[in-house]
Ligand binder design. Structure first.
Ligand SMILES: NC(=O)c1ccc[n+]([C@@H]2O[C@H](COP(=O)([O-])OP(=O)(O)OC[C@H]3O[C@@H](n4cnc5c(N)ncnc54)[C@H](OP(=O)(O)O)[C@@H]3O)[C@@H](O)[C@H]2O)c1
Length: 257
């Protein structure tokens, strides 16, 4: 049974990488369908705030259930590296589920199928990360001093701070009650159009480095595939909408792309 689940978690991780590549191609062809790109007046739109809370909830609930030992005792959570890595995942999803949605200003309704896909992804990935770290991941006694763990944890923290700060900048472009769009200024937006996505990708690459597992890298690859295509779309959209959009800004990686 244990061996079968260990094998399943590896298979799910490889599948997540493959799904990331499929999403990349589909999103390149069809474009990202929510936020500024959702069809106005669609009958199947959910309020943005409620959609964010519910769709992200599995990625908060599943690690919490793992910590509580629901189903099976959390074999590996008596080890510091496993606890800290699972805490990184939990902290992000506590912010994304319980804080981020309540700060949104004038967010566009979320199409029902986007909500359902996000919910399925958060269940899939929440199970993958929490089950792997709580039951199977084995780290050396000195892993907390390993350069991969130290660099990865620092990148995770820096990425999360960039992501939260950039979402704050975007939110404050609107006064309460406004729903339109403005050119973002300040922070990493001076260099890239999608500073919030850059932060999120750095955060999950740091987590993957600190975990040093195919499960961690699968999440980083998936995030990059989904967010880079949306960043490209935002960049093009800003150039079309604002004549005075800064020419120097790159898409998602400062000075490069
Ligand atoms: N890990 C993953 O795979 C993944 C996937 C998707 C998102 N995320 C994260 O979830 C968060 C939100 O993502 P998102 O795709 O919704 O981001 P987004 O398109 O940048 O929008 C974020 C919020 O800011 C508003 N906004 C964006 N640009 C604006 C502008 N120029 N002027 C005024 N308001 C503006 C949006 O309003 P409207 O809704 O009205 O457009 C929305 O409420 C980000 O932190 C992102 O990294 C993660």
């Amino acid at each position: 049974m244990e061996l079968a689940e260990r094998f399943l978690l590896d298979a799910l991780a490889y599948l997540e990488c493959a799904l990331g590549v499929v999403c990349y191609m589909l999103l390149k062809l069809r474009g990202s369908p929510y936020g500024r790109y959702s069809s106005p007046g669609s009958a199947f739109g959910l309020p943005a705030r409620a959609a964010w809370v519910v769709q992200e909830l599995p990625s908060l609930a599943l690690p919490l259930l793992a910590c509580a030992g629901a189903g099976a005792p959390a074999e590996r959570l008596n080890r510091w590296p496993n606890c800290i890595l699972l805490a990184m995942f939990l902290v992000h999803y506590a912010q994304r589920t319980l804080v981020f949605p309540f700060l949104i200003r004038g967010g566009k309704p979320t199409p029902l199928y986007v909500f359902l896909l996000a919910f399925v992804f958060c269940t899939y990935n929440g199970y993958l990360q929490s089950r792997y770290l709580s039951q199977y991941a084995v780290y050396a006694d000195d892993w907390l001093r390993d350069p991969r763990f130290l660099t990865g944890s620092a990148l995770w923290l820096i990425g999360m701070l960039i992501n939260i700060h950039s979402d704050h900048v975007l939110r404050n472009l609107r006064k309460p009650g406004e729903t339109g769009y403005k050119i973002p200024r300040g922070g990493l937006f001076e260099y890239i159009s999608a500073a919030n996505y850059f932060g999120e990708v750095v955060e999950w690459c740091g987590y993957a480095l600190a975990c040093w597992s195919i499960q961690g890298w699968a999440f980083a690859v998936f995030t990059f595939c989904v967010l880079f295509t949306r960043a490209q779309q935002h960049h093009k959209w800003y150039h079309e909408k604002f004549e005075d959009y800064p020419k120097f800004r790159k898409i998602m990686i400062p000075f490069l792309v």
